[in-house]
Ligand binder design. Sequence first.
Ligand code: CP
Length: 314
Amino acid sequence: MQNFTSFADAGDYKALLAKALEIKQNPYGYQHIGKNKTVGLIFFNPSLRTRLSSVKAAYNLGAQAWVLNAGADSWTLEMADGAVMNGGTQEHIKEAIAVMSQYCDVLGVRTFPTLKDRDEDYNEVVFKKIMQYATVPVVSLESATLHPLQSFADLITVAEHKQKERVKVVLTWAPHVRALPQCVPNSFADWFSEVDWVDFVITHPEGYELDPKFTKGARIEYDQKKALEGADFVQAKNWSSYQNYGQVLSNDPAWMLTPEHMTGTNNAKFLHCLPVRRNVEVSDAILDSPNSLVIQEAGNRVFSMQTVLHELLK
Ligand code: CP
């Protein structure tokens, strides 16, 4: 593994999953790998889970970690090539990333999309610049289009809780009060459409189709009830439109998951990447039910990151 930005970087996903499950059983077993190593974490956007689980993952591996909130804790960064920096920006991303690379052995970066310019977001313009200027391996802590550490944690969670060889996993769109990125559902599709023991279905209102580059021919079912039939795992997430880029086309509360929605499932376990808007995306009754795995899923963020760091530092 050179960098970790998508499912493709995982290489042999079965081997990576097996390594994650092994590391979870023995979280301090590889401290020699992180000894005298430093993990740098740069956040251009807010985070709870990614920030804390990444620091914990580094510590478990015997490494040190530093966190920088770009802009808030540092100089205001200029992103544009060739910019005449006579305005508000004080340091170019070119120097900033090259300098930060001097202070760590792996660099984790979070850069959310604009949700205004689809070409810029889907070409990962900012993330690619960071990769270009970094001189150490880069881990996506969520880019403009993908959130691979989250999807890897989701895969670990499903693998741990599945009770039969093949399972049906449904990704359902959920309502929200704001326009959100497509990173989590793109990434979930990027990973779960490739898992050979998963029957993967995506359900959303018309107009919320994701980029086919990530759904990779997965079954799309516009009828949520039909999609949920026989599901073993249900992952809910809101996203804004990819086609009418960044727009909220519908906020139909009928799509909010309630126990009634789960009646046709195979007593499905519930997943959500968090943070979640209670009683907007999902009802309290789902989140507070014994079938909810959201806390275990967040816990597995440590082991997805720890496994990736293990691969990059070993
Ligand atoms: N799921 C997730 O990435 O959470 P944070 O945004 O809090 O890091």
